[in-house]
Ligand binder design. Structure first.
Ligand SMILES: C[S@@+](CC[C@H](N)C(=O)[O-])C[C@H]1O[C@@H](n2cnc3c(N)ncnc32)[C@H](O)[C@@H]1O
Length: 509
């Protein structure tokens, strides 16, 4: 074993010891997911290709136990020196133990236990290597203050929905010397979501972005955080006019399976950067999309499915009034068929039909008219369902969102089991059942509604076509998460190419 392996083994022991001190929720709140050493080494090897300075001044703003620092020291080319390393860690438990760990090593490391976002640059650096905390916006208590700080420093207004890593990147701008290189391992979501736009603008306009590598999500890089990861490299220099960014994809950074140079001009007008390198630049052909035929909305969010959704036996056993419930479909994976037929009352013909409480009665009216339902609601209060986030916000905690049922539903997430198959399933619903938010609802717009009135058989054909759409067409719009999980949001579904509807109509004329 050489000394790096020894040291790294000791560091990993320390990491395991520190991780065990916290619950997953506590670690989530501080984005504490260790950077795997092999990944840190791959990232550093790639980074050396961009580093021009000989004397490295490194900033690691979320250093943790320091996998980047050790890997950097281990793989440092002979002609490079380390001038100084500044490492920042907010959590005193990790920070103090790690500072002690490094104290006896002869490394020029200033290990600072503090919140990076609150610091002013101590010294400018020529290299930043970081895997910043993946903390979602609702766990950032001071995001308003951080937003103002970013705006004051670089004139960018960050969205309130941005995760902490976006603030880290933008607030590190002042730490980086001209021509300095920064490399960040971050969640891939910024490539596609609206709150990533400001970061993308920064990457296009204020620095020269060199490379964006997206890992194959089937291979999550973190054993304990389900995220899909991307590494970005940029130089602190204004980009040239015809600048191109190298997009790569695959398991390995140095030997990616796909690679494509994409021009900044194209990227300025492309909202979904994750289409690269797999796809070509979007052609500006005018094709119809699903939003030309449907309004897409989410299924209802009950606030507590286990309380509000009951099966028929449970309703009968408790003597609850069925007329105060409405039928609701089970989750997509529990359905045996994509065609939901109905009985004469419009109830779905399913083995175990489900119903969601759907009353507009005040509690006193319920007490008088339906004592059994009143008792059931009291049970809900005992179980604190009325304190659930969504329930609290309603006029009466047990009221449900009012959404009409539709003939068209789509499962909102899934995994592709066969290549070329879309992970999202479309249902043709003949019943009056609604769906919960594991589905999206497609409501036909008046143009399509009129057509379906005249030619009802087209509805089923549209669903069949939707189910046989090439996965690439769907995934062009949806997003992929760690472990290969794919999701599609209402707006994204609306953007799916719907030329096939035009073709169906034309064939039917
Ligand atoms: C994704 S981990 C990176 C781990 C690190 N690369 C390593 O090798 O251990 C993010 C680290 O940032 C720390 N952190 C969270 N918020 C911070 C903040 N505001 N300032 C500095 N560090 C922070 C977490 O405690 C965690 O150790």
């Amino acid at each position: 074993m050489n000394s790096f392996n020894d040291l790294n083994a000791q560091r990993l022991d320390l990491q395991v010891f520190l991780d065990a001190k916290k619950s997953l929720l506590e670690r989530n709140k501080l984005g504490q997911f260790a950077t795997p050493s092999s990944l840190a080494t791959d990232i550093i090897q790639e980074t050396f290709k961009f580093v021009e300075q000989k004397n490295i001044k490194l900033l690691e703003p979320s250093i943790g136990t320091g996998s980047f620092v050790l890997s950097l020291l281990d793989s440092l080319p002979k002609d490079l020196n380390i001038d100084r390393i500044i490492g920042v860690e907010k959590d005193p438990v990790i920070g103090e133990a790690s500072r002690d760990f490094y104290k006896n090593l002869s490394i020029n490391l200033d290990y600072i236990v503090d919140d990076f976002t609150s610091l002013a640059p101590i010294q400018q650096v020529n290299l930043i290597l970081a895997n910043p905390p993946y903390v979602r916006h609702h766990y950032i208590p001071n995001k308003l203050e951080l937003g103002i700080k970013v705006f004051d420093e670089i004139g960018i207004k960050v969205s309130g929905l941005a995760g902490l890593y976006i603030y880290f990147i933008l607030l590190s701008h002042k730490w980086l010397e001209n021509e300095g290189i920064a490399c960040w391992l971050i969640p891939s979501e910024f490539l596609d979501v609206n709150y990533g736009n400001k970061l993308k603008e920064y990457l296009l306009k204020q620095v020269t972005t060199l490379k964006i590598h997206r890992f194959d999500t089937a291979q999550s890089k973190f054993s304990d955080a389900l995220v899909s990861s991307t590494v970005i490299w940029y130089k602190n220099a204004l980009p040239s006019k015809d600048h191109h960014i190298n997009f790569t994809f695959g398991e390995s950074i140095s030997a990616p399976t796909l690679s494509k140079e994409v021009s900044s001009d194209v990227l300025l007008n492309e909202r979904k950067w994750s289409r690269f390198p797999q796809n070509d630049v979007r052609q500006n052909v005018d094709f119809p999309t699903l939003k030309d035929y449907f309004r897409v909305s989410r299924g209802i969010a009950t606030g507590e499915n286990t309380f509000f959704i009951l099966n028929k036996d449970e309703i009968l056993e408790r003597n609850l009034p069925l007329e105060q419930f409405r039928p609701i479909l089970p989750r997509p994976k529990e359905l045996k068929s994509l065609y939901i037929t109905a009985d004469e009352q419009g109830f779905p013909l399913l083995e175990k039909p489900l119903f969601v409480l759907d009353t507009n009665l005040e509690i006193d009216e319920i007490k008088t008219a339906y004592p059994s339902l009143y008792d059931y609601l009291q049970e809900g209060i005992d179980k604190e369902v009325h304190k659930r986030h969504l329930c609290k916000k309603r006029k009466a905690w047990y009221f449900q969102e009012q959404r009409k049922s539709s003939a068209f539903y789509c499962s909102y997430m899934g995994r592709s089991k066969e290549s070329g198959k879309s992970p999202f399933k479309f249902l043709f619903n003949e019943s009056k059942a609604i769906v919960n938010n594991s589905y999206l609802i497609l409501y036909p717009l008046p143009n399509l509604e009129k057509l379906l009135c005249d030619k009802p058989h087209l509805a089923k054909e549209i669903v069949n076509k939707l189910n046989s759409l090439d996965s690439a067409l769907m995934m062009d719009e949806g997003r992929t998460y760690g472990g290969g999980m794919q999701k599609i949001e209402p707006k994204e579904l609306g953007n799916v190419n719907a030329s096939f509807i035009n073709e169906l109509i034309a064939q039917d004329l």
